[in-house]
Write a protein that binds this ligand. Structure first.
Ligand SMILES: *Cc1c(COP(=O)(O)O)cnc(C)c1O
Length: 273
């Protein structure tokens, strides 16, 4: 159940802790790392996540990038020859009009230095019926396309979500997952292990586990980093390497994502999971 704390921005945290809005060379495009850029194609999602780190973009109205805005982003990428991977995110890019999406992915694909397109979408989790044959055929056309989704709990792995992932895999789209570590939801070894095992079972490679950003309205979800590292250390000694995501903290400025790993793992308590 949602909590009023999630829309009370006076309780701590910042509206835009990573200062994403201040670092866009063209509207909607972030270029924080040399070889890849991230495009926020829309503010709309199929569900509003209670822990969302872009709550600042929530609005009753949908603001999807227009063809002109997308064209400006393509113009930027065409000049930035160091970009080899374009991440299409949002919001959820699969809320976009399918014809516009097809055109946009094709235009990105036609840039000679762009080797890989990455889609960031929660659709397999929250709207699995959106993964249709037609959508798969669009994505297939523009391969290599990687698909990064966000399962946060084993209960989100349903028959329908597994089927959606299977359809993408059959279309030749590799799937990976980034979770957010959430207090009271997935911050125990047992809950996290079930999630990671479940993801491997449906062909989704765990990629990142994010410490919850310091975003206003998410304070009650934030897990102490020491506790998170202890959990990951225990999991690391107990479960298959293919199930293990990298535990990361996102920060503003040059450093960006920082891997959180214990410095002296051999001194840890050696718990079993
Ligand atoms: C997280 C992020 C990426 C992707 O980083 P990876 O480590 O490749 O997953 C790219 N651009 C921005 C602005 C990001 O925040």
């Amino acid at each position: 159940m949602p909590d009023l704390k999630e829309i009370d921005f006076s309780l701590g945290g910042l509206i835009d802790p990573l200062e994403e809005e201040r670092n866009m060379p063209v509207s909607g495009l972030m270029h924080r790392y040399p070889d890849r850029c991230l495009i926020m194609a829309t503010n709309a999602c199929f569900t509003n996540c209670r822990h969302c780190n872009r709550k600042r973009r929530w609005d009753k109205r949908t603001h999807a990038a227009s063809k002109e805005e997308l064209q400006a982003m393509i113009g930027y990428v065409s000049q930035a020859r160091g970009i080899r991977e374009v991440i299409v995110s949002g919001g959820d890019p699969l809320t976009l009009n399918e014809r516009l999406l097809d055109w946009f992915l094709g235009a990105v694909r036609s840039l000679p230095h762009v080797e890989v397109i990455r889609i960031g979408s929660r659709v397999p989790v929250v709207m699995p019926m959106r993964i249709t044959k037609r959508l798969c055929n669009i994505l297939r056309k523009h391969r290599p396309v990687w698909f990064n989704t966000q399962f946060n709990h084993a209960n989100e792995i349903t028959e329908d979500s597994a089927r959606a992932c299977g359809m993408l895999l059959e279309a030749g789209i590799p799937l990976s997952n980034q979770s957010v570590l959430l207090k009271g939801i997935n911050d125990t070894c047992e809950a996290m292990r079930s999630l990671l095992y479940g993801l491997q079972r449906i062909g989704v490679r765990p990629y990142y586990l994010f410490n919850c950003d310091h975003v206003a309205g998410t304070d009650h979800f934030r897990v102490d980093i020491g506790k998170g590292m202890e959990m990951m250390e225990t999991l690391g000694r107990n479960i298959s390497g293919l199930c293990l995501p990298r535990y990361v903290l996102d920060t503003r400025g040059e450093q960006g994502k920082i891997t959180l790993a214990p410095v002296f793992p051999e001194t840890s308590k050696g718990m079993n999971c």
